[in-house]
Structure formats: C-alpha cells, structure tokens
Design a binder for this molecule. Structure first.
Ligand code: NAI
Length: 507
C-alpha cells in the first residue's frame, strides 16, 4: 500500500494548535481538508492561522501566491461531522482524554466509509486502548505530529496491538509525500521521542540538584559544547514546567514507576510556585521586564603550558590535538594502553568515564586529575566543561585550564559530579534509546531519526554511542550505576550485550 492518493479527502477534528497545523500540511500537499471543531470559533481561528502561516511563506518567497490561494481553498470548515462523510482519512487533534477520543472514533466509524483510516495525534495515550471499543480497531493508527506541525518534520506513525501493518505503511508513505520525516513506533508510553528525551531534562536537573553548576552554565555546556539547539533549562522554561512535568509524570506512571523516569523535585517545586517558565515570567530564568539573563560561568584566563604530552589514543577527543598545535602548543606523543589522556605539566587531563574525578584519582593514584566532558566535536567546540579531583593541586589545575583556554576553549568548571554533564546526558539518552530498540518500540534508525527531527538533537543518541564507542558508553553507565547504587542508572541489556563484542548500532 503506497501513499494515499491526493484525491482522498482528509477530515481534521480539533482546530487548535495541532489540528490547524495538520490541516495546513495536508492541504498544502494537495488534499481537500474538512476542518471541524466543536467550537465554531476555533475553526475560524484555525483557518485564519493557516492563512497567516501561508502568507508568511509567500512573503518569504517560499510559496507562490496561486498555490497559497489554492491551498486555502482546499481547507473547508464544517460545522457538523456529518458534512465530512466522504473523508478517507480522519485525523483527530482534540482534547487529550481517552474517553472523549474513544467516543469520537466510534462516531467516525459509524459515519465514514469502510476503507476510511482513523488517526490520532495523541502524544501520550495508548493507541491500543483508543482502538479497543471500535468494531474494526485495525483501522486506527497514531499519527503523532510535533508542534508546530507545518515546521517540525517528524511524524511518529504509532501502531497499536490491532493496527493493520499495511495501513501504518500507507500512512508512513503519505507522511513522506507530505514532506515529513516519518518513523514507525509501537504504542508504548511516550512513544519514541517523549520517552527517549526524558534524560535530557532529568540528568540536567539531577546535576543541578547536586550543585554541579548554575543552570546558565549547564545550558551552555550542552548547547555550545554539545550542539543541542537549546540547553535543558531554557528548553523546559520554553515548553512550560507544567507541561514538561506532566509528561515526565505520565511516562513515569505509565511505566509503573520505573526509576529511570523519576520526576525532579526541583521541577515539582517550580510548578508548585507557579514558575512555569516563559509563559508565567519566571522559571529557571527570570523573564520579567528588566530582569537580566545570567551568563555561563567561565574560568578566568590562566597561563598555558608550552608543551603537552598526549599519551595513547584520545578517541573522540583527538580533535583537541590539532587545536593545541594551532595555538602554538607543542604536542608530544607517547604510546599508552586504554583510553588516552593528556599530560599538562603536573596535571592529567582526561575524558570522564563516569566516575568522579576524586574517585578516579584515588583508584589510579593520580595526584592532579582534571576531567573534561563530552563535546559534539572537539576540533571545533567553543566550550568545554572540566571537573577537578579533590586531590588536585590548584596550580596544576590552573595550568591545565589555561592550556585548554589557549586552544580556544571557554572552560566551565563544574563540581566533581559523576559522568559530568554532557557525557552522562548523552550516555543516558543512548541507554533509553537502546531499551527502545530492545523492546521493539522502534528500530535504531527510526529512533535516531525521531530524536534528530522531533527534538533537533545534533546526532541520534545511538549514532553518538557508536561514535563514542559502545564500551565507553557501557562503562560510563556502569560507573553511574555503581556511584549512585540506583536502579535509574541500570545499563540497557542491549548496551551490555553490544559492549562484549564492541558491536555498533548502525552499520
Ligand atoms: P488545543 O487545545 O490547542 O486544541 C484542541 C481543540 O480541540 C480545541 O479547539 C477544542 O475546541 C477542540 N475539541 C476538544 N474536544 C473536542 C471534541 N470532542 N470534538 C471536537 N473538537 C474538540 O490542543 P492541541 O495542543 O492542538 O492538542 C490537540 C491534541 O494534539 C492533543 O491530543 C495533544 O495531546 C496532541 N498534541 C499536542 C501537541 C502540542 O505541542 N500542543 C504536540 C503533539 C500532539
């Protein structure tokens, strides 16, 4: 079954933020679209919103005037569902309540033709449960668009227990024909994106709770150092803490209280205080008139070493070598076993392995250990976080920091938390993604695609794990597990298995 023919009429129910965006997408792709809402004003507002968005595209030269007019003409507001009886695809984007959606689908099943496809844009409800009351539950598929639907590329095609495979394939092909990036997902709490993304918020709040650094510094480490489009705190402020906290709680509850998804007390308190983020004027940051935005804490400029010694293979961090050389720092090389490191004067600089610097310094009998965090690309990252072992002398640490600064890096010193910030975040994202693969929620390729297009992550978490080396990821997670003794950091069985042979997730 290929993509739906352009002459199939689409019925969109619910003309709010998502419904009007979905109507926009389907109409632009050439379908006649019926737009219905129980509130007639919402339909008028929805259509006006579509017109505004299309006019914006015309203004930017991205859409021809004639196409804009034709697209708008294809969106037909209806005041009763019965006026849309010849629709071949019905997509609901109404209130997020199972009972209300079930009732709507029963109505649609009675109204529409035998071959009509029923689709739900739900972001959290079970497609299996939603389809259960229907005479033909195989006709219902999840079609999860992201907000704003016209701009966000990802669509999760969600199959419930009864969903017809051919139908899910057809919607996959249809979404592609509409210019989207579709992925298949099995109906499980949070589907792919809302589940795999949880550690992005959770790990940041965890290290904040442990006093690793201020939100502005942690945001900068993940945004500037790791290439995420927004840091976790500014992103939560944008999403709204009520919404983000509710999603975390719903995933946590739906997985029967799995510790992996434990909500944060810090966020709970923000919700309790009514500090919901941008929309209420305060969240992690202050958005009120006249408030100033805190900057990331950078280490003051220190003096640099003239020579460094790279011992062994730095792996993903090898890009630092060229930066030292370009800054006029002489780089000597020495053979070495295991993960490589850099000797700077009396200090040793090394990528974190999930242990605290203090514990690693103790276990390896190192006097002056300075750990650095993960970066998306060490050859070009503008920022790097470091953590000092408690045993580390300040002179040795300052020379290591100054040498990184001379290589063009803004250095953020964080407290000595296990796995630092970016490394533990990426390792936990990969851990969640790996469990998603193991549990058949999506393929490795689809999960990575979903995270790149649904959240704009710079890399898919599994591709990132491949790049880092699956054994290193397994070590980081095992060290976090041991450090905290918490179930939350258990290592995905698939990561454990791949670490034995060093296998990758992608070819
Ligand atoms: P919204 O509140 O902007 O719009 C919902 C619309 O549905 C309203 O205009 C309301 O009048 C109408 N409605 C409610 N019950 C109805 C019924 N029984 N029959 C007909 N119309 C009805 O909500 P939004 O944000 O557009 O969300 C809609 C759905 O999309 C929800 O299931 C939500 O979980 C899902 N979703 C939301 C995303 C978001 O970021 N807002 C992202 C992805 C999915």
């Amino acid at each position: 079954m290929g993509a739906l023919n352009r002459d199939v009429k689409v019925l969109v129910i619910g003309a709010g933020a998502m419904g009007s965006g979905i109507a926009h997408v389907a109409a632009l792709a050439g379908h006649a679209v019926y737009l219905y809402d129980m509130n007639a004003e919402a339909v008028a507002r929805g259509k006006a919103g579509i017109e505004k968005d299309l006019r914006f595209l015309v203004g930017k030269g991205k859409l021809a005037e004639a196409e804009c007019v034709a697209t708008l003409a294809r969106v037909r507001p209806v005041t009763a569902l019965a006026d849309a009886g010849d629709a071949g695809l019905a997509i609901e984007a109404i209130v997020e309540r199972l009972d209300v959606k079930q009732k709507l689908f029963l109505e649609l099943e009675a109204l529409l033709g035998e071959d009509a496809i029923l689709a739900s844009n739900t972001s959290s409800l079970s497609i299996t449960a939603m389809a259960a009351p229907l005479a033909r539950p195989e006709r219902l598929v999840g079609l999860h668009f992201f907000n704003p639907a016209p701009r966000m590329k990802l669509v999760e095609i969600v199959s419930g227990l009864a969903t017809d495979k051919a139908l899910a394939e057809s919607l996959h092909a249809t979404a592609k024909a509409w210019g989207k990036v579709p992925v298949h997902a099995r109906s499980t709490p949070g589907f792919i994106v809302n589940r795999v993304a949880r550690p992005y918020y959770a790990e940041a709040q965890r290290v904040l709770a442990e006093g690793a650094a201020a939100p502005a510094t942690l945001d900068a480490i993940l945004r500037d150092g790791c290439g995420f489009p927004m840091g976790p705190f500014e992103l939560m402020d944008l999403i709204g803490h009520d919404v983000n906290y509710a999603v975390t709680n719903s995933v946590f509850d739906a997985y029967f209280g799995d510790k992996r998804f434990t909500p944060s007390l810090i966020q709970q308190e923000l919700v309790q205080a009514g500090r919901l983020g941008r929309k209420s004027g305060r969240g992690f940051y202050d958005y009120r008139e006249g408030a100033s935005r805190p900057q990331a804490d950078d280490e003051a400029t220190r003096s640099a070493a003239g020579t460094v010694t790279v011992v062994g293979d730095l792996g993903v961090a090898a890009g630092l070598i060229g930066r030292f050389e370009a800054a006029g720092i002489k780089v000597q090389r020495e053979a070495g076993k295991g993960a490589g490191h850099i000797e700077v004067g009396e200090a040793r600089l090394a990528l974190s392995d999930g242990r605290t610097a203090t514990r690693r310094a103790d276990e390896e009998a190192l006097a002056n250990l300075v750990l650095f965090d993960l970066a998306a690309d060490y050859a070009s990252t503008p920022r790097l976080a470091v953590a000092l072992a408690d045993q580390c002398g300040s002179g040795a640490a300052q020379l290591a920091i100054g040498t990184l600064q001379k290589a063009g890096l803004a250095v953020s010193r964080i407290d000595d938390v296990a796995g630092m910030v970016a490394l533990r975040t990426v390792a936990m994202l990969a851990n969640e993604a790996a469990d998603g693969v193991l549990q058949g929620i999506g393929s490795a390729r689809d999960i990575d695609t979903a995270m790149r297009y649904g959240t704009n992550y710079p890399k898919g978490p599994l591709a990132w794990a491949d790049e880092l080396g699956i054994r290193r990821v397994a070590t980081v997670l095992a060290n976090l597990r041991e450090h905290y003794g918490e179930e939350r950091y258990r290592v995905s069985p698939l990561i454990q298995r791949k670490a034995i042979t060093g296998a990758t997730f992608h070819e």
